[in-house]
Design a protein around this ligand. Structure first.
Ligand code: 0A1
Ligand code: ZN
Length: 879
């Protein structure tokens, strides 16, 4: 139980800062038992602030204050005060220089916020509020200063000393120490500050910008990772070129650096000129990384690089505006990934994440708008809503404006706000001003939480040839918000005739050759659209390419879904029709009695997918994947996980048994695709092969077992090796599974990224990941409570992906998670607060499960000295 209630911060209480900092001069003395930080700030009163004689207030957290000096005179103890998490200097002139010296202990920092040590190197994480763990400072994004940073450390142990900007000086010091000074000419908020000191190898490359400037590119990694840098370096160069070509954005410093660290709370961080990455999001080689990892790394490298403009040059005024940089940057990295690979597959992946996890967040106790109105702990707001839904909101603006006007809008935004800290409203205004469009109703996407439900019905009149679509929208209540207004929804659609040909969409009786696809703009609660000149009832293809983040309801028949699966020219909707059909079949099994029949049309549809090699194999690979258990939970009213799991498994068994010959043929065909390549086509074939393998092992096929063992032994890449291992782990072949798991560990025990995969393959499996096995993994010598990746790969994978293992009728999974969250809360509250998320949706589950999930949350609430992070999540979940 927390004794003091954390404060809630409100957007509508925003005030401009009372003081601004123009320059900061930092000097870090790094030692094994701590670090001394000297900070000299040039401060002045903010002319725009109404707080005329306000004292100077600086934020601080876990600091030992050594001295405060104002304009050269050390202040006496009564001139300032340390008030909890603040340093208050009572009286200051209009302009002054303030020097603050603090002592910190990076070696004991397990929260991984501020300056900490990871595998012997010093590194930082300052977003959102980590800089205050380094020194006293106005730690808010609208205070932007020019930073100069001198780093001093032992030369033998820390030969590499890095910070933001360009290096300007370096030299030797007494006692085997040395220093490097860095200067970043671009004013920035403190959250973009970074420092790294370690014994790292340096990988070098260069990039010539569109204006002919040569940029030094550097990657710094531990020596054992030196062979795992090439892919990220190439991805960086592709990102730099793409941002020039598509957004006209050129890199601005002389050097761009990437550092890999093993202990990191998130994926990566866009610090100016010095991006710091979680090792698992940047290091890769053919032998150690799967196709999914390569794609993820490419996307994250691009994401962090793109932040240089969308986030750094133009930053956020306050943390309520987080989606200003994150939503826009995720949209940009998604466009980039689509351009680098298959746009349809990328769209399917993004929509899957949104519909499975973001819709769940939007329907749960932590639901918040893309621009939240309040928070207790900002770290809890790095959410799918801010990132993924935020990106969808930007995508909708793109859909409404079209390519050219959107680019005009982004040019105007960057030009108008370069060097400023701004709001999502400023972003929308730039789009409006550049395009002449009125986006006032559209702004509701930023203000209202919850996923709009779009309900469609249709009528066809043979005589007049008119087809009418009636479309209603409603937005469910969310915590603190009810009675919402209709939003501006771009709704893309097409109509197909009975042979699958696209029909012209004529919106008036006079129109003849209307386009084959239209984006209808829904602005009212109800609309009717009439389409003329149709001699037969058409089949509607709705919300093409997932043109808005909404739920669509329409009474599809299975015939219509089968038809769309094979005829829709929109690849996304082909896939979606297949998903809807599979969901319908699984759900009807759950409603029917024990051994109800499975619709043979589903089997036939999958048979043609497997047989028809003329189809886009990347799309086929996606279409073969059944909807996940998590998605089925999302669609349920009162989810009964064991029932969902069983019904889905039955469908899988039936499909695999009926299509055994096709699966074997597909497996053989995809094997014959030649040498390893990282092209969309080669990736599709590996995906097909591993799906076929998983299905064959699911039905305990002995030929499948032989394929798997052989593939495991002979694979020349991690996608195939791990694919075979995963298929074995998820099978009943217990001996082979155990032997292969042991072999895999032996082979890769020295590679943390691969060991993390080894953990998560087991933890996510309902066969190998029952609670006793999960507890054993926590005892494994490679498990490390201090390493977030290890925690996520065991506990996170168990609670988030192994639904059948986690949701047990006796509540043991819930109690287990609650205990681990309590344990982690003391060392790393950010990770603890993220890990608890599966419990927060207890109302979604059938009461015999939901009540026990609630009890587990209550158990966490009763813990002593709960962090603000976990407290906020638990409080809101139990409200
Ligand atoms: N801005 C980074 C993500 C990030 C956010 C918060 C962190 O610590 C609380 C760390 C990284 C990005 O979007 O990549
Ligand atoms: Zn980001």
């Amino acid at each position: 139980m927390r004794t003091n209630q954390p404060q809630t911060i409100y957007l509508n209480e925003y005030q401009v800062p009372a003081y601004l900092v123009d320059h900061v001069d930092l000097r870090f003395e790094l030692f094994e038992d701590g670090a001394r930080v000297h900070s000299t700030m040039t401060v002045r009163k903010n002319p725009e602030s109404s707080q005329a004689d306000a004292p100077l207030e600086l934020n601080g957290d876990s600091l030992k204050l050594e001295s405060v000096t104002l304009d050269g005179s050390q202040l006496a103890g009564d001139a300032y005060e340390e008030q909890g998490d603040k340093l208050v200097v009572h009286t200051v002139p209009a302009q002054f220089e303030l020097n603050v010296v603090t002592w910190i202990e990076p070696q004991n920092n397990t929260r991984l916020e501020g300056l900490y040590k990871s595998s012997g190197m010093f590194c930082t994480q300052c977003e959102a509020e980590g800089f205050r763990c380094i020194t006293y400072y106005p730690d808010r994004p609208d205070v932007m200063a020019v930073f100069r940073t001198r780093v001093e450390a032992d030369k033998a142990d820390y030969p590499i000393l890095l910070s933001n900007g360009n290096p300007i000086e370096q030299g030797e010091l007494e006692g085997g120490r040395h220093f490097v000074t860095w200067e970043d000419p671009f004013p920035k908020p403190a959250y973009l500050f970074a420092l790294v000191a370690g014994d790292l190898v340096e990988k070098k490359d260069t990039f010539t910008t569109c204006s002919g400037r040569s940029i030094d590119l550097r990657m710094y990694v531990e020596p054992r990772n030196s062979a795992k840098c090439d892919f990220a370096m190439d991805a960086l160069k592709r990102s730099m070129r793409w941002d020039e070509e598509v957004y006209g954005r050129e890199y601005d410093l002389d050097i761009f650096m990437i550092v890999a660290v093993d202990d990191f709370n998130m994926g990566a961080m866009e610090n100016k000129g010095l991006n710091i990455f979680n090792s698992s999001c940047v290091l890769a080689s053919q032998e150690t990384a799967t196709d999914a990892s390569f794609q993820r790394i490419e996307a994250i490298v691009a994401h962090e690089y793109f932040h240089n403009w969308s986030g750094n040059r133009v930053t956020c005024r306050d943390w309520f505006q987080l989606s200003l940089k994150e939503g826009f940057t995720v949209f940009r990295d998604a466009q980039f990934s689509a351009d680098m690979g298959s746009p349809t597959v990328k769209r399917i992946e993004d929509a899957t994440l949104l519909r499975t996890a973001q819709f769940a967040e939007d329907a749960g106790p932590m639901a918040h708008p893309v621009r939240p109105a309040s928070y207790m702990e900002i770290s809890n707001f790095y959410t799918l809503t801010i990132y993924e839904k935020g990106a969808e909101v930007v995508r909708m603006i793109h859909n409404l404006l079209g390519d050219e006007l959107f680019r005009k809008g982004s040019d105007l935004y960057f030009e108008r706000h370069d060097g400023q800290a701004v709001t999502t409203d400023d972003f929308v205004r730039a789009m409006e001003d550049a395009s002449g469009r009125d986006l006032s109703q559209f702004r509701l996407w930023y203000e209202q939480a919850g996923t709009p439900v779009v309900t469609v019905s249709d009528e066809y009149d043979k005589q007049s040839g008119v087809y009418r679509l009636n479309i209603r929208q409603s937005i469910p209540d969310t915590p603190g918000q009810s009675g919402k207004k209709p939003q501006h929804i771009p709704f893309a659609l097409g109509l197909l005739d009975q042979t699958g040909q696209p029909l012209p969409l004529n919106l008036t009786a006079d129109e003849q050759n209307g386009p084959e696809e239209r984006v209808l703009e829904l602005t009212d609660a109800e609309h009717s659209f009439e389409f003329y000149g149709l001699s037969d009832r058409p089949v509607p293809s709705l919300l093409r390419n997932f043109s808005a983040p909404v739920r669509v309801q329409y009474p599809w028949t299975r015939e219509q879904l089968l038809f769309l699966m094979s005829h829709d020219p929109d690849g996304f909707n082909r896939w979606d029709a297949g998903q809807r059909l599979a969901v319908d079949v699984i759900q009807s099994l759950m409603e029917a009695s024990g051994d109800a029949e499975i619709d043979s049309r589903l089997v036939e549809a999958y048979r043609s997918l497997l047989n028809d090699t003329s189809l886009d194999q990347a799309l086929v690979a996606k279409m073969l994947l059944l909807p996940s258990e998590a998605y089925l939970v999302e669609l349920a009213d009162q989810a009964d996980v064991p029932a969902i799991h069983e019904a889905r498994e039955r469908v899988l068994t039936h499909l695999a048994t009926s299509l055994r010959e096709e699966l074997v043929a597909c497996y053989r065909r995809s094997l014959a695709q030649g040498d390893y390549q990282l092209t969309p086509d080669a990736i599709a074939h590996r995906s097909l092969r591993n799906t076929a393998l998983a299905w064959l092992l699911h039905i305990k096929d002995v030929e499948g077992l032989a394929f798997a063992l052989d593939q495991y032994q002979t694979a020349d890449n991690m996608t195939d090796r791990l694919g075979a291992l995963r298929a074995l782990v998820n099978s009943d072949f217990v001996d082979e599974r155990e032997k292969t798991l042991a072999d895999f560990y032996d082979q890769f025990r020295d590679d943390p990224q691969v060991v993390e995969m080894w953990f998560s393959v087991q933890a996510a499996s309902h066969q190998a990941g029952q609670l006793p096995q999960i507890k054993a993994l926590l005892q494994h010598s490679a498990f490390d409570w201090k390493n977030p990746n290890k925690v996520r790969s065991v506990i996170g994978a168990f609670a988030g992906q192994n639904l059948a293992g986690f949701h047990k009728a006796d509540g043991s999974g819930y109690q287990f998670l609650a205990d681990q969250v309590c344990r982690l809360d003391d060392s790393n509250p950010q990770i603890a607060a993220r890990l608890i998320s599966p419990l927060t949706r207890w109302k979604k589950y059938a009461p015999q499960y939901g009540q026990q999930m609630k009890a587990a949350l209550e158990h966490v609430r009763n813990k002593n000295e709960l962090s603000r992070d976990v407290y906020e999540v638990v409080l809101k979940s139990l409200a």
